[in-house]
Design a protein around this ligand. Structure first.
Ligand SMILES: [Zn+2]
Length: 117
């Protein structure tokens, strides 16, 4: 039997919290005025904006480590559903899909590209 996202969420509420945090990311990203001002300022000076949001950077630095801790073979407490690599793949794909699209113009992580595991 294939593992579903619902089974994963039911098995550990922390996974659901992680999903909610990623869903809030889109709203925060578009409402962060200081961040937008900083980008405009840097661009006006002919520099490359350092703070431009990158989808993969956000994923790998902030969220993927949490997925690894909660689901898959590296989970500390063994769980019949969560400790499988199949559950890890299902959760990884589901959560990565929720990450807002990258805003960097020359970045290989624009949506539609193959997900690098
Ligand atoms: Zn990117």
């Amino acid at each position: 039997m294939a593992v579903t996202w619902m089974e994963i969420v039911v098995a550990d509420p922390e996974v659901g919290k992680l999903e909610q945090a990623i869903k809030r990311l889109q709203a925060r990203k578009t409402s962060d005025q200081d961040w937008k001002k900083e980008i405009a300022h840097v661009e006006a000076n002919g520099e490359q904006p350092r703070l431009t949001y990158c989808g993969n950077q956000t994923w790998y630095e902030n969220y993927k480590p949490l997925v690894v801790r909660l689901i898959g073979r590296e989970r500390k407490q063994h769980h019949s559903v969560l400790s499988s690599s199949e559950a890890y793949e299902v959760a990884y794909k589901h959560l990565y899909e929720l990450i807002p699209a990258c805003e960097r113009s020359s970045c290989p992580c624009i949506k539609g590209f193959v997900i690098p595991y």
